[in-house]
Design a protein around this ligand. Structure first.
Ligand code: 2PG
Ligand code: MN
Ligand code: MN
Length: 560
């Protein structure tokens, strides 16, 4: 371990390839038995099927959830952040969810600088907490929010306002009502302790506040207006009533709105005044631990000079994140729990060893193959060697309406990069199985999976043509299971004669496959690893590029 020498040593058996290595991440493509709710087995996937069926030494399954990716327990489903962190780091690091758990359990959080910074403003004025109301454990967890609120109240905070983004993406659609009821009840219990705590505003996460990678700043603008200014087209006295009503809009002809897409709302008092606008002197904290979907809101709070939308009013507040969401930008400056320190990643070693990389996806996932891949670092290690290419995502449409998304463009750019002779490594992410899987639309997800299978086929043909090699994998499961199941029997759960749709990720393993004419002779997967996981892909990629993996990484998947 240790040392700051990033120069990789040549591999003892695998020569440095003369032609590019293609790395493809199929976002949300897990492995599960054939089933009517398995969108992958129901899709036309001749390419991925042939990788599995005809090459037993070059295809295997990887653990992509729980402790294998640094999450608190094996009950935690995988997600893109921890998945891409593990793939790119070649290491398993304790992730935000685990770190926040620990800090709250021990009470350490309240002794750290972040809380100390917020505390005076929170006590003198109001403490605002903004984040995802969920127990999904991907961006946030309810138990952590409640511990934070209780801890603040115990320390003398007298006025708390919670700004809630509804989930239905990491949780079953419809459960936001239950979470809102729970939060309302819990907040009420603080009344007797002299703390006035209320829900102040909210909205569905996909259209309020939680945009990512600057796909659509209007999402953040809506959130700012609701949380800070107390402005939204929908005003309610009661938050549970707000959600119930907004989920059943008359205009939609009775078609319920998903929790993810509930329009923004503001809670008002009897006089119609918003109960929790954010004012000068207040303390504001974001309680999500995951970065990608709160970086933009953090910028809106932290940057005096800000042009992405007109904030109308910019309150002078003390602002902190649950974590520091971007270590390079030092954003935000103040944070409650220090984030996972991910260093000595494959990206850094390869760049310092002269390997050139083209990384590409569409807006929704571009940061996955750049920022998350490189240990939560947005900028290239060496901009001469690394090219990051973002294809703009569609804005403001549920992805089931266009399940192909930008896959054709990503494929074309990948092929162009492979043929250009400019890159040693071409790294792509196809968001479709994940993004369409999250909509809960089974037919659209089947179509998404058929589409990306064709994309992979075209890409592998291009690799064949140029004489390169490839590694295809995924970051966690999603599309392979679209129904809630009985935990013991595995049988689909029904409600009113209808299957209860699963919109979230899963606990399933993901495939990894290697091949291509450029693959060195004799290279295949080893079979002696006890529980191979996503992190083992990092050193594997380093090997495929002709280098020995550094010793801070977990073992390679290859036997060569
Ligand atoms: O959309 C997201 O933010 C998460 C689910 O909450 O999905 P992924 O981890 O695949 O990005
Ligand atoms: Mn993902
Ligand atoms: Mn996802």
């Amino acid at each position: 371990m240790g040392g700051t020498n990033f120069q990789l040593k040549p591999h003892s058996k695998i020569p440095k390839p003369q032609k590019p290595l293609l790395v493809v991440v199929l976002d949300g493509w897990g492995q599960a038995a054939d089933d009517e709710y398995n969108a992958i087995s129901r899709a036309e996937t001749p390419c991925m099927d042939s990788l599995r069926e005809s090459r037993p030494e070059k295809w295997m399954l990887l653990k992509a959830h729980g402790t294998a990716v640094g999450l608190p327990s094996d009950d935690d489903m995988g997600n893109s952040e921890v998945g891409h962190n593990a793939l790119g780091a070649g290491q398993v690091v304790s992730q935000g969810a685990s770190l926040v758990d620990k800090s709250l359990e021990t009470g350490q959080l309240f002794n750290l600088d972040g809380w100390k910074y917020l505390e005076p403003a929170a006590k003198e004025h109001t403490l605002h907490l903004i984040g995802l109301l969920s127990d999904g454990g991907v961006h946030s967890r309810y138990d952590q929010l409640w511990l934070l609120i209780q801890g603040a109240a115990e320390r003398g905070v007298k006025r708390i306002r919670v700004h809630t983004l509804t989930d239905g993406r990491d949780t079953e659609d419809g459960t936001s009502v239950k979470f809102m009821e729970q939060l309302q009840k819990d907040l009420k219990s603080l009344e007797g302790k002299g703390c006035d705590a209320r829900i102040a505003s909210g909205g569905g996460r996909m259209i309020t506040t939680m945009d990512r990678y600057e796909s659509d700043w209007n999402v953040v603008k809506r959130g700012w207006e609701a949380h800070v200014l107390g402005e939204a087209p929908n005003k309610f006295k009661d938050p549970v009533d707000a959600i119930k009503t907004l989920k059943k809009p008359k205009e939609a002809g009775g078609k319920p709105v998903s929790d993810q897409w509930i329009p923004p709302f503001v809670i008002v008092d009897d006089d119609g005044q918003a109960v929790g606008t954010i004012q000068d002197g207040d303390a504001v904290a974001i309680f999500n631990f995951r970065a990608d979907r709160v970086v933009e809101l953090s910028k809106a709070f932290e940057y005096k000079d800000f042009k992405q939308f007109d904030r109308k009013r910019y309150p002078d507040v003390r602002f902190a994140g649950m974590m520091q969401y971007d270590g390079e930008l030092k954003l935000p400056k103040h944070f409650l729990v220090p984030p996972p320190a991910i260093s000595r990643t494959t990206g850094e070693f390869l760049a310092r060893s002269g390997v050139s990389t083209f990384a590409c996806s569409e807006s929704q996932k571009i940061g996955h193959v750049t920022f998350f891949w490189n240990g939560n670092r947005a900028a290239p290690f060496d901009s001469k060697l690394e090219t990051f290419h973002e294809v703009p995502s569609d804005q403001n449409i549920p992805f089931n309406e266009k399940p192909a998304m930008q896959s054709a463009k990503i494929t074309a750019l990948g092929i162009e990069a492979l043929k250009s002779g400019k890159y040693d490594q071409v790294r792509l992410n196809f968001p479709n199985p994940d993004m369409v899987g999250h909509t809960g639309d089974l037919e659209a997800t089947i179509s998404a999976c058929s589409t990306v299978d064709k994309c992979v086929k075209e890409l592998l043909e291009a690799v064949e043509e140029v004489g390169g090699s490839w590694l295809v994998t995924a970051d966690h499961g999603n599309a392979e299971d679209m129904v809630q199941r009985d935990k013991k029997t595995g049988k689909p759960l029904m409600a009113d004669g209808q299957p209860r749709i699963l919109t979230s990720h899963t606990l399933n393993p993901v495939p990894v496959a290697i091949g291509g004419p450029g693959l060195a002779k004799g290279v295949k997967f080893r079979t002696d690893l006890k529980e191979p996981g996503l992190a083992n892909v990092g050193p594997t990629i380093i090997n495929l590029l002709g280098f020995e993996a550094p010793d801070n990484m977990v073992p390679t998947l290859l036997s060569a």
